[in-house]
Design a protein around this ligand. Structure first.
Ligand SMILES: C[S@@+](CC[C@H](N)C(=O)[O-])C[C@H]1O[C@@H](n2cnc3c(N)ncnc32)[C@H](O)[C@@H]1O
Length: 289
């Protein structure tokens, strides 16, 4: 529903209307499945964490599939993923990136890991029976936005995977929701689980000189107005809502973790840049030793 329409609804009517909307979404999803009128790999609307809830369902799903296909192209063309490789998706959400990989990873395998139990459960039930080489893992990690009741801290967490066991690791729109100490530990875990010469593809909001100029010129979609130690955020109450890092700090971090960053960084359009590859900035790197 459009935000302008929602504003016209009296406050006391919003909770029952929300319940009705959820019931409608549930029935639409359930009946659609029973009569074979929906793609079984598209998640129910209430699990969506990656598209605007203001859009109608067909647009949400179009965007969902298109972004998955877009990143699949990056995984193969600039990430070099092969069909027989072992791939890890950290912050796998509702399987947006897993979806196009099902057609590609024939003799390889895919592991997804996320901190939202309902999304992980849905992916486990939906993907694994159809694609035996696709698995999803729940990690009960605290994130104020995604898992406020989480038990563990991302800054101390070890991924539940063996050392040197993946050819390719990716995080799409995940470090954009994580704070500095958490990101630092996750990057060291990415390096630990990668094989030698394995690669990672990670998206960011990078505060490069150009991005800062565009923010100052007020053409950027995000402004990251709150300065926290080691990052900038858009929402001071829920800092994980969107997080940006200095390009130079991320470059130093890669260097410290023995990740060789492939030039160029593929800067994105989020800050009003005209010729960005994608929306967020994208870094490919290789574990060299
Ligand atoms: C914007 S969504 C992106 C989901 C997915 N990567 C995609 O592109 O469709 C951010 C995801 O990061 C996950 N996430 C946040 N903090 C995390 C953490 N510490 N470990 C793993 N996943 C995390 C959230 O649960 C959510 O699924």
């Amino acid at each position: 529903m459009k935000r302008s329409i929602v504003r016209l609804i009296p406050n006391n009517l919003r909770p029952p209307l929300r319940k009705l909307r959820r019931l409608y979404d549930y029935l639409e999803y359930d009946i659609g499945g029973r009569i074979g009128r929906r793609d079984p790999l598209l998640p129910p609307k209430w699990l969506h964490s990656v598209a605007s809830q203001d859009l109608n369902a067909s647009l949400i799903y179009k965007d969902y599939k298109e972004v998955g296909e877009e990143f699949f192209r990056y995984f193969v063309t600039i990430g070099g993923v092969q069909p027989d490789q072992r791939v890890l998706d950290v912050g796998s959400g509702t399987g947006r990136m897993a979806l196009p990989l099902t057609k590609y990873l024939k003799s390889g395998s895919y592991e997804g890991m996320d901190i939202v139990p309902s999304s992980v459960k849905w992916c486990q039930k939906t993907y694994t029976p159809r694609y035996r080489n696709f698995h999803f893992h729940f990690s009960d990690i605290y994130n104020k936005l995604y898992n406020p009741a989480g038990k563990y801290s991302a800054s101390e967490y070890s991924f539940p995977f063996k050392t040197s066991s993946f050819d390719f690791v990716f995080l799409t729109s995940v470090f954009t929701h994580m704070l500095p100490q958490d990101l630092d530990n996750y990057l060291s875990e990415v390096v630990r689980v990668l094989k030698r010469n394995g690669r990672c593809l990670i998206t960011y909001f990078l505060l490069s000189t150009e991005a800062l100029e565009l923010i100052d010129a007020k053409v950027s979609h995000e402004t990251f107005k709150y300065h926290l130690p080691g990052c900038r955020v858009e929402d001071a109450n829920v800092p994980e809502a969107v997080v940006a890092y200095d390009e130079s700090a991320i470059r130093s971090l890669y260097h410290r973790h023995n990740l060789s960053l492939s030039e160029p960084i593929y800067f994105g359009r989020w800050c009003g840049r005209k010729n960005g590859l994608s929306w967020q900035d994208l870094i490919i790197a290789t574990k060299t030793h």
